[in-house]
Write a protein of this length. Structure first.
Ligand code: ADP
Ligand code: TRP
Length: 328
């Protein structure tokens, strides 16, 4: 299996969509590789949105704790904080100079976001160049991403090709990898679950908050007594994501029989999540309180990542005719 590289933004505690769509499949894949993969917390990307240092730090620890709670093995995976390997920003600059402004303007993610967020800064616009640098710095070949990131991957590949064509073959061309059935996990409102839409289910939240999120899942207004079609209900779709076939069949019967209200379905889903993620929730709470341990883990990861980053940057600087002597 080829090793992978992927990043998760430190914009808050990862939600169910992040977990099922990115973290769990990435860990599973990376653990099956013979060579170490690269997984990182993309805090440099997060500053496009967050300008509060305390919050940024807190978010990073939460993301790190979440990955570790999901079983990430730091021996088998080079796990680091993006900002701890600043070589990436240098590479991003070079890439910026090799990618046409007119093409960057076509990036969907920027076009979509600029209409509903307040802070539309230049970092947000050049975001795909930093993402390309994340990938190219480590000669990464396979990049697991969700559908929303596919275009960014295309851009990374294209900028690598442009650079290689002009300066000689320096970069490995990366490829997107869709892990399993990368569907868009819906949020509590039925739209794609996303932090920015405030429709998340956060399985690492305290019991009370998790319950509140689940209780806010939108349903129709069928009365309690009426038989209901489970396939049309959002709560059932969450249940189906993780429950066993037997559990799903049982729940389906409840819907079809009638006399089973949405309040009960939601309570059942809440209890199911508590049980299903019991181990992860417990580990998350213990990691998140031990920042010294998290720092130690991240430093170790960044030292390993730096070694690879410096080698690549040396190649790039050499191709550009810049001095590369100060790099190891
Ligand atoms: P958000 O949309 O909440 O800001 P991110 O953009 O930080 O989430 O996404 C981090 C990772 O999680 C990406 O790989 C993305 O594809 C995946 N992801 C995010 N939301 C979902 C979702 N609703 N369903 C599946 N995967 C998702
Ligand atoms: N942009 C990705 C997201 O929002 C996170 C990310 C940053 C990333 N750098 C990356 C993902 C490199 C894969 C590879 O989800």
């Amino acid at each position: 299996m080829p090793r992978i590289l992927t990043g998760v933004q430190s914009t808050g505690v990862p939600h169910l969509g992040n977990l099922l769509g990115a973290i769990l499949p990435a860990i599973k894949w990376a653990h099956a590789c013979s060579e170490p993969s690269f997984l990182f917390v993309a805090d440099l990307h997060s500053i496009t949105q967050i300008k509060d240092s305390k919050l940024l730090k807190e978010n990073t620890y939460q993301v790190v704790a979440a990955w570790l709670a999901c079983g990430l093995d730091t021996d088998r995976i080079i796990f680091y904080r993006q900002s701890d390997v600043p070589e990436v920003t240098e590479l991003a600059w070079y890439l910026n100079c090799f990618y046409p402004y007119q093409r960057l303007k076509l990036a969907h993610s920027f076009k979509d976001k600029k209409d509903y967020i307040e802070d539309v800064n230049s970092g947000l616009f050049t975001y795909p160049m930093l993402m390309a640098a994340d990938i190219l710095l480590y000669d990464a070949e396979k990049i697991p991403v969700g559908k929303d990131q596919l275009q960014h991957l295309e851009i990374a590949r294209e900028v690598a090709q442009r650079f290689n064509r002009k300066m000689g073959k320096v970069f490995v061309l990366p490829e997107a990898m869709m892990l399993e059935n990368l569907l868009h996990i819906p949020g509590t409102d039925g739209q794609k679950m996303s932090k920015s839409r405030k429709n998340t289910i956060n399985i690492f939240a305290p019991d009370k908050d998790l319950r509140k999120q689940i209780m806010s899942i939108q349903t129709d207004s069928m009365p309690l007594k009426a038989p209901k079609d489970p396939e049309k209900d959002l709560v059932f779709s969450f249940y189906k994501l993780l429950a066993s076939e037997e559990e799903i069949d049982h729940m389906r019967e409840n819907y079809l029989a009638g006399g089973y209200g949405y309040g009960q379905v939601k309570q059942a889903l809440y209890e199911f999540f508590l049980k299903h993620f019991a181990k992860e929730r417990e580990k998350f709470n213990s990691f998140v309180q031990d920042e010294a341990l998290l720092d130690e883990i991240l430093v170790h990861g960044s030292q390993r990542a730096s070694k690879v980053a410096q080698q690549t940057l040396k190649r790039v600087r050499h191709a550009l005719g810049f001095s590369a002597n100060d790099l190891n």
